[in-house]
Design a protein around this ligand. Structure first.
Ligand code: NIG
Ligand code: FE
Length: 428
């Protein structure tokens, strides 16, 4: 590897390290941010080599020639890990939005041929190059809001060529500015060419599409939308079992509008995460808490849909479940790339403490997308993915809402966003 000059980040009034045991944070551990007052981070080749109080780090011999990044008395956290997005999703669905505001529900719009299928039609018409371009533009917004790792799902192609087109675009879009984790969401809804034949569509995915995607190495995870109007619990079981056989790790969209049993299934099958969970029961809370499955909560979708039923985050945390927060960025239910906004919602609407919200959006997000070995906390050996906030106390991050508190985003030791200069790194 080429030799790079070391980088010293100094002047962090609160360095929120989140260092701790190598496991998802549960219960009281979710509140342990492991803060170093007046902290510094020494970085070499994009990786953290020292973390500690400034007076110790600044005295190390190797620090002498380092290039400096001055946090100027502000809060520094690990970069956000957004573990649930539909990054490549085509244009906004503004007609759906107005229909909802006029009183139609998300499910009614979907039944009338709008919703997800509207985005599928748009994506199928979009050339691969344009998808990469759109993805890169969208990622600029994530980077400006402090996100350094993004999970991205397919699910708007639904036939083999178009799902591959999206997953290849995901692979090309990340580059050095942000890390992407690809998820195959073949079972988002039944596409028009399989209308009325959802079981056969799942059969086709299992025998043809999924093995091909796995062989090409285009995805690490498989996800399914288990919901009225999408796929049943039995179909989810078949799909996820096949995914495991294919070597893909599991995620599920579960109990968003109704309780079909997806959360319980996720725990039973050892899924990495069960996402949404607005309609889980007390029993499901206990089941998830006793499992290794991360409960990924997506408050942006509840807000944007104008609903009031948020997932029972407090009960999940108090029961000992590992909770993560993500944006669910998508054109139908959560057109937001702002993790700080999700933190504000998590605190105000789901009663998380600011410390819990930060841990859920960083280290537990990293566990939810299989990246905890390299990001989610500021620890020796991990990537130097850092965010400098315009704040002198971490609690300000969720406290102020509807504003972007990010001063600087740093990806593997390189500044990729600097608010003062209005700079955002260009795609590679
Ligand atoms: O996570 N509910 C299913 N999937 C997305 C919405 C996708 C869309 O409406 O385009 C979600 O909310
Ligand atoms: Fe989603």
């Amino acid at each position: 590897m080429a030799y790079h000059r070391a980088v010293l980040l100094r002047g962090a009034r609160q360095l929120i390290t989140l260092r701790g045991p190598s496991e998802p944070r549960r219960g009281p551990a979710l509140r342990e941010l492991n803060i170093i007052p007046d902290g510094a981070v020494l970085i070499r080749n994009g990786v953290v080599v020292e973390v500690g109080p400034a007076r110790r780090i600044e005295n190390l011999a190797i620090t002498r020639n380092a290039r400096e990044i001055d946090a100027n008395g502000r809060v520094v956290c690990p970069g956000f890990v957004d573990s649930h997005t539909h990054l490549i999703c085509g244009p906004p669905r503004l007609a759906d939005y107005e229909m909802r505001l006029a009183g139609s529900t998300y499910e009614e719009i979907a039944k009338a041929g709008g919703g997800i299928l509207q985005s599928v039609r748009a994506i199928r018409k979009t050339p691969a190059r344009a998808l990469v371009h759109q993805g890169a533009e969208t990622l600029g917004g994530f980077i400006r809001h402090g996100t350094t790792t993004v999970e991205a799902k397919s699910g708007y192609g639904l036939d083999e060529a178009n799902e591959k087109k999206i997953l290849k675009a995901i692979a090309e879009t990340g580059g050095t500015r942000v890390d992407l984790v690809a998820t195959y969401l073949g079972a988002h809804v039944t596409p028009p060419e399989w209308a009325g034949r959802a079981d056969q569509y799942i059969d086709w995915i299992i025998t043809e599409a999924m093995p091909c995607i796995q062989k090409l190495g285009l995805a690490e995870f498989a996800d399914i939308y288990c919901e009225r109007g999408a796929f049943s619990l039995a179909q989810a079981r078949r799909y996820l079992n096949a995914a495991t056989k294919c070597g893909l790790r599991l995620k599920i969209h579960a109990e968003q509008f109704s309780r079909l049993g997806g959360a319980r299934l996720a725990a039973e099958l050892g899924a990495t995460s069960a996402d949404h969970l607005e309609y889980i029961s007390d029993d499901d809370v206990r089941t998830l808490a006793a499992s290794g499955t991360i409960a990924t909560l997506l408050p942006g979708a509840v807000l944007h849909l104008g609903l009031s039923r948020y997932a029972p985050a407090r009960a999940l945390i108090d029961a000992g479940a590992a909770v993560a927060l993500a944006t669910d960025f998508n054109p139908g239910t959560s057109p937001s790339c702002s993790m700080p906004m999700m933190l504000s919602l998590a605190c105000a609407q789901m009663r998380l403490l600011p410390a819990e919200a930060i841990a859920a959006a960083t280290i537990n997000g990293a566990w939810a997308c299989g990246r905890a070995d390299r990001c989610g906390s500021i620890e020796v050996g991990k990537n130097a993915d850092l965010v400098v906030f315009n704040a002198s106390d971490y609690r300000e991050i969720p406290y102020y809402f509807g504003v972007n508190p990010v001063a600087m985003t740093i990806k593997r030791g390189t500044i990729v966003y600097d608010a003062r200069r209005g700079y955002v790194a260009k795609p590679d």
